[in-house]
Write a new protein. Structure first.
Length: 365
């Protein structure tokens, strides 16, 4: 028979960056447990992200959350005594149909783009935009910051703790784990990433239409060993390719979005070949070999906004899901927003309330 633990204030399902960040944020307000189904936290999307902070990425409300998060990353760096954001810069390549904003202050011409990334083929694009503050994220440092902070505040982080079933009785959630252990919690926070929709179903929560999409990535070694360390990240505006320097080579992705069931996904040779072909069409680079490849999951609601808030039909069940490709860069602000909505809803500012309304689980009717 499994172990029945004492009633906790907050049970967080999912040990990725969303779950760990909100664990740190709420654990000062009550007993907290994080339930991670894998053998270690950050196994899926968090550990397989592009690790880039781009404030202008995503829908306007997502951009606002990222903007709020940036100084929070700076404060994090001060706390741990090391930088978590390193300026990389970002060049977005545009074709003739997209080059229609001549007065855009971020617009640069082909010569300026090639000056920043000398291997670009000038005939493969018409103009570009440059974001000088896009930054690499030290995802490991961020994850450790949240993990250590949560543990220091008393949170219990359990791995190999897959949730199988749930039932609510007398205002308490009874959560059954694989192996038979039972967790009892006053509030459940669904930070299960690609599994969030399925977890919601176990708790009788309202369907959100969350869907998981596979994205492929690889690190490659280049012929000739060019010095690429100071290049900005490069993105094709049609979202067919992006690449940036990595410590041991060049990181690239075909920016694919393949609808899939939540699972431990892997890179396919064809998708890596497509990425390499696109790289060699946009640049004069030649790939010598693939050093490493992987795939990750990005989860979106139908409107591509996060789902954050208490479920309208399942009492004590809070959604923190659907962060798509911005989960790491939006984590600081989303965790703070979620924690306030859970522990001190009366103190939410009008600006934060507007964001919560945009992300509300009842917005789909």
């Amino acid at each position: 028979m499994g172990i029945r633990e004492e009633i906790v204030d907050f049970a967080i399902i999912g040990g990725g960056i969303a779950g760990l960040s909100v664990a740190r944020a709420v654990s000062a307000n009550g007993t907290t447990i994080v339930l991670e189904r894998e053998s270690h936290c950050g196994y899926h999307s968090t550990g397989r992200s592009a690790a880039i902070f781009v404030e202008g990425y995503g829908e306007p409300a997502v951009q606002e959350i990222s903007r709020i998060s940036r100084p929070m990353f700076d404060a994090m760096a001060m706390s741990i005594g090391r930088s978590v954001l390193e300026i990389r810069g970002l060049v977005i390549l545009r074709n003739a149909a997209q080059d229609n904003e001549a007065d855009d202050p971020t617009r640069i011409d082909r010569a300026a783009a090639v000056a920043k990334v000398p291997v670009l083929r000038a005939d493969s694009f018409v103009s570009a935009n440059f974001d000088p503050i896009a930054a690499d994220i030290d995802v490991h440092a961020v994850q450790q910051y949240y993990t250590h902070g949560a543990k220091s505040a008393g949170a219990n982080i359990r791995t190999l703790a897959e949730v199988l079933a749930a039932d609510r009785r007398d205002g308490i959630w009874y959560i059954v784990l694989a192996g038979g252990d039972e967790i009892r919690a006053k509030t459940v926070i669904n930070a299960a990433g690609a599994w969030a929709e399925a977890i919601g179903g176990m708790f009788g929560a309202t369907r959100q239409g969350l869907a998981a999409f596979k994205r492929t990535a690889a690190v490659v070694q280049l012929v000739g060993g060019p010095d690429i360390r100071n290049w900005p990240m490069v993105v094709d505006a049609t979202e067919q390719l992006y690449f940036k320097p990595e410590s041991n080579g060049l990181f690239l992705s075909p920016a694919d979005e393949q609808l899939t069931d939540p699972a431990d996904v892997y890179a396919e040779d064809l998708d890596i070949a497509i990425a390499i072909d696109r790289l060699e069409r946009y640049t004069n680079l030649t790939v010598q070999r693939v050093i490493a490849s992987w795939a990750g999951l990005r989860t979106f609601a139908p409107d591509r906004l996060p789902v954050v808030g208490f479920d309208p039909t399942a009492p004590g069940f809070f959604w923190l899901a659907g962060q798509g490709g911005t989960g790491v860069q939006s984590a600081p602000a989303l965790a703070a927003l979620a924690a306030q909505a859970i522990t001190a809803p009366g103190g939410i500012s009008s600006a934060d309330r507007a964001l919560l309304d945009a992300f509300a689980p009842n917005r789909f009717g």
